[in-house]
Every structure is written in structure tokens, then in C-alpha cells.
Design a protein around this ligand. Sequence first.
Ligand SMILES: *Cc1c(COP(=O)(O)O)cnc(C)c1O
Ligand code: SF4
Length: 339
Amino acid sequence: MPKSVVNKLPNLSTSWQQQLAQAITSPLQLLDMLDIPHSAFANCGQAADNFPLKVPHCYVDKMQPGTPDDPLLKQIMLSSQELEQVAGYSHDPVGDQNATAIPGLLHKYHGRVLLIATQTCAVHCRYCFRRHFPYTEHQPSRNQWQSALDYIAEGTEISEVILSGGDPLLLSDQKLAELVSRLESISHIKRLRIHTRLPVVLPDRISDELCQTLACTRLEVCLVIHANHANEIQATEIDCLQKLRSSNISLLNQSVLLAGINDKVDSLTELSEKLFSAGVLPYYLHYLDPVSGAAHFNVNKDKAIALIKGLQLRLPGYLVPRLVEEIAGEGSKLPIIGL
Ligand SMILES: *Cc1c(COP(=O)(O)O)cnc(C)c1O
Ligand code: SF4
């Protein structure tokens, strides 16, 4: 059997950890799997230098073979355009370095802190605002999050802890259960929010044990997934989201507005409707952060505003995501267009 065929065979018994270990990292292998000529992505290799390709097989299975413009492929495939230096695009576009309360903990906004629970992701999204994040400086030390938890315990105005990363759901069930239990012992913490792309890129990660932990905590749990296109949500993802819903978890979605991927009223409408039917409400549509290497994903602001106005004419208000941008030093994410 040719290698490209072997790679396409699904193996239903593979654990999520194995699927993660088997994630594709070779651009040429990926193109071969999808029957796309290498010439469609010429000179892209150098883009991998600081931020290599990484994508699980189950995400690739949702792409259309033979389609270099596939909206899922474009989110994760290297491009020679990443190498262009564009004025105004930097390595720390949202001021995370200045908001670092202590290593591994960002405290930017009133009442909520963001814990960098892991340094890794299951997928490398090319537009990621943390693609240059100095994770090594934010490594949780041997006594696991102790100083972050001390900070949270002392900050009595903090009512919500956001687990982010990297992808926090790459922690083991046991580690997450431990973290949840330490957080729920801090009496002023009401809500636990988890920012994760795994229900979309590695749905098998949503184990019964994880759902059990989240269903049983006294904390109100909100899970914010990250889907940018309706094709990302198919039968397996819907099952996984339904499982989370039945564990009494509120589900929201955030997307990034991406040129050539979801910058059409039709595709954003389809995404919102698909999300809702899977039990997820659209939350934010992020205006692209100016991170170096991602300028080719930028949609100009007039067009972004026109898209939201188009959505408002097509959808009920609760299915129109809030178009926001993050400006370093501001007290919240800023709406670009009022709803
Ligand atoms: C985005 C973000 C939050 C959450 O903001 P919301 O508007 O509540 O979704 C919190 N902390 C940091 C550092 C963030 O970047
Ligand atoms: S999953 Fe999130 S943090 Fe990880 S690369 Fe993608 S956008 Fe960035």
C-alpha cells in the first residue's frame, strides 16, 4: 500500500495521546495525503523554522482533497507569505509581556486571570498571536502553579480563572482534576473558563473522566472552543460538544477573522448556525492581532465591519459574534462595531 493511503486510514482505537504523537509535521507528507501538488506551496519550508507545521490526522480528514484553498488547510499549512516583514506586525502584539503578573499568569482585565496551563497545542494555527510567545519563560515550576495559585488566592477581586496555553486540555485528566480542585478551594473563585481548540482539532480528548471532573466541580464552567469555519464541525465534533453540554458546561466559540478562510457573510453565517445546532453560542470574532508572519490573513477594517453588518441582516442577534480587537494596555477587548 502506498504510504499516502496508509496515512488516510482511520484507526478508531487510537487514544488521543497517540493521535497527538502521530500529528503530521511534514508539509510534503500533508500535501501528498491531500493529493495537492507541492508546487502549490512553493518555498514555504522556511516558515517552519520557529513554528513548525503540526496537525492531527483527524483534522486533516475534514479537508477536501485536491484543494489548495481548503479553509482548514489554509489555517495550518506553511506559506512563504509568513516570511514577509510587514510594518506594524510584531512578536508581542497584545502586550502579554507587560500583563504578566507572575510567570504563567496574565492579569489584564478586572476580575479574571489567565493561567498559561500548558506550553503546547495539538495544532499550530499559522495566525496564532502566541506563535512567538516565550513559553520557556512561563514554564510552570516543579511545584506546579503554586505561585499562580497563591496570587489568585490573595486577589479577592478575582472571580474567574481562565485556563489557556497552549491548550490546557492537553494536560492529563489527573492534572486537570488536581488543578480544578485547587481552584475550587479558593472561595472567591466562581467561574472556571477553559479556552481550548481540542473539541475541534482532537475531539477524542474529551474523555468521560474530563466531563466528570467538570460536571462535579462547584465552579461554573464555561468552555470556549475555537472554530473558524463550519467544515471544522462535523459528526465527531458534534458528539463531543453534546457530551460537554450534557455535563452542564456552557459552550461558547471564538473565531479569528481570516482572509481567504472565513471573510464572507455566507461562511460566517454557516459557522454560527452550525455552532448553535451543536449547542455552542458564537462569542467573539477576533480581528487579527498584528503578529509577525500573519499579515496575509488580515482583513481590512471596513470590510470586517461590513461583514458584521451583513450578519446582522441575516441572523438573530445571539448568533452574531462580537467583532473585537485587543489593544495593548486597554481594560478589555474592544468592540469594533457596536451591537
Ligand atoms: C481575552 C483575555 C481574557 C478574557 O477576556 P473576555 O473579554 O472576558 O473574554 C482575559 N485575560 C486575558 C489576558 C485575555 O487575553
Ligand atoms: S490552538 Fe490556539 S494557542 Fe494553539 S496555535 Fe492555535 S490559535 Fe494558537
